[in-house]
Design a protein around this ligand. Structure first.
Ligand code: FAD
Length: 420
């Protein structure tokens, strides 16, 4: 069995960022990144692809360019974990050993949760910005729609970038409004949730745009089935008394967001909590039962907003804590739950929602965060791709210094069990 100081599962936003952070701190570490895909995606750009603002190619980069120099790329998929033996198991049955493990394979999109959806994606006016291949189709549909019913949906939480389903609505409506066709388009946003956005501060500015675009909001309403060729969609709506009814709609445009859950190989592993996500202390991001295992990114069970912005703050925390554990100390770096959602309410304006655990506002700039701003738009459109590729994935930590436990490292009973 090959053995590394650190094995990182997944070479997405979290895997590359944490590897870069580790190597910046300790270039001598032997790190393997296990990642099966040839391409790495900058997913936050897909909202802009769906609105004709970015070319799709800007959101894709060869994985070989993203995995930090100095780490070994193992091009394979992980199938299971043997934490007692400090090993992961690959799909081909090979095992790889580690002294510390970082688990960040993202989440799975469950297109099959909505009957008939998969078969009609990319056809019949049905699209989703949640997939690289489909985001350009969103833009094509938006440009072609002149009248009719446009539906936007949001599945049950948790999902990655919880604002993305409504960002698709705002940018589409903004285009239709400027083209003068919005008056002939009926717009509905149906969400499985009970509120427009989870942090109340941001609801009033968003509601202004909902009103401007004359969009109808349907809460507690979940897309359950689609008939693409007939352009029909069915929703299950639950009322205040808990009774549900099925609603049928004839649509001309449907932007659907799939249900999301932890990947199967994680759900079935000893690392998972009851909901399938990788268990982790919310602050140190260390597994509560296996002291040399950490998690971050979308797969992590911590109750932060699942965003690349969260990863930017989590990566240095995990890097510091992994190094602490490798040197026999307890983890001291703490994550505050920071996540961010740049709500693109119109071309040229963004409500930059930045918040931590419990909905605490954590604005980077000393400005009222509830105001839609051009500055935040410029940040999202002009700066974010390079902050992501050239800083975050390279371990250049900008305004991401973690807080630390003020006292000596916590006791490390769990790490004592590891045969370093
Ligand atoms: P990913 O980046 O998805 O990477 C997971 C990696 O793990 C993948 O490369 C995958 O191939 C690999 N993997 C999977 N299975 C295995 C396996 N078995 N073995 C090994 N490797 C495996 N975030 C923001 O901050 N701001 C935004 O505005 C924003 N907008 C978004 C809009 C959309 C439409 C979408 C889809 C996402 C958006 N996000 C946004 C969310 C952001 O993209 C994710 O939160 C972020 O990519 C999470 O990083 P991750 O590394 O956990 O997962």
């Amino acid at each position: 069995t090959q053995r590394y100081d650190v094995v990182v599962v997944g070479g997405g936003a979290a895997g590359c960022a944490v590897t870069a952070s580790l190597l910046r701190r300790s270039p001598e570490l032997r790190i393997a990144v296990v990642e099966p895909r040839d391409q790495h995606y900058y997913q936050p750009g897909w909202t802009l692809v769906g609105a004709g603002i970015f070319e799709r190619a800007r959101t894709e980069r060869a994985m070989a360019r993203c995995i930090p120099n100095g780490a070994q790329w193992i091009r394979a998929a992980v199938a299971g974990f043997e934490p007692e033996k400090q090993c992961i198991v690959l799909e081909d049955g090979n095992r790889i050993g580690y002294r510390a493990l970082v688990v960040c394979p993202g989440l799975s999109l469950d297109w099959d949760a909505v009957e008939g959806l998969k078969a009609t994606l990319g056809k019949n006016g049905v699209t989703s910005n949640y997939q690289f291949e489909l985001a350009p189709y969103t833009w094509q549909l938006v440009q072609n729609l002149r009248r009719g019913l446009a539906l936007f949906t949001q599945p049950p939480m948790p999902i990655k970038c919880a604002g993305a389903p409504q960002k698709a609505l705002y940018l589409s409506c903004d285009w239709w409004r400027k083209e003068g066709v919005l008056k002939d388009i009926e717009v509905e946003f149906s969400s499985a949730g009970a509120v427009l956005f989870g942090v109340p501060t941001f609801v009033p500015p968003l509601m202004k745009y909902v009103e401007r675009y004359n969009a109808r909001l349907n809460f507690n309403t979940t897309l359950t089935a689609v008939d693409g060729p007939a352009q029909k969609a069915w929703f299950k709506q639950v009322n205040a008394a808990g009774n549900s009814q099925i609603i049928e709609k004839d649509f001309d445009f449907l932007h659907a967001v799939p249900s999301q859950h932890a990947p199967d190989f994680i759900r079935q592993s000893p690392l998972a909590n009851v909901d399938g996500w990788v268990e982790a202390d919310h602050e140190t991001l260390r597994h509560p039962r296996y002291g040399n295992i950490f998690s971050l990114g979308d797969v992590c069970a911590a109750p932060n907003a699942k965003t690349a912005a969260a990863v930017r703050k989590q990566a240095p925390v995990v890097a510091e804590n992994v190094i602490a554990v490798l040197t026999g100390k307890g983890p001291r770096a703490l994550y505050d739950g920071y996540g961010s959602c740049p709500l693109t309410v119109e071309r040229g304006k963004v409500v930059l929602a930045e918040f931590g655990y419990g909905g605490t506002l954590l604005p980077t700039f000393p400005l009222d965060p509830a105001v839609p701003r051009r500055l935040a738009w410029e940040l999202k459109v002009k700066m974010m791709p390079s902050i992501y590729f050239d800083m975050m994935l390279r371990g250049r930590e900008w305004l991401a210094e973690p807080k630390h436990l003020p006292h000596e490292p916590m006791p490390v009973e769990a790490t004592a069990a590891c045969n370093f």
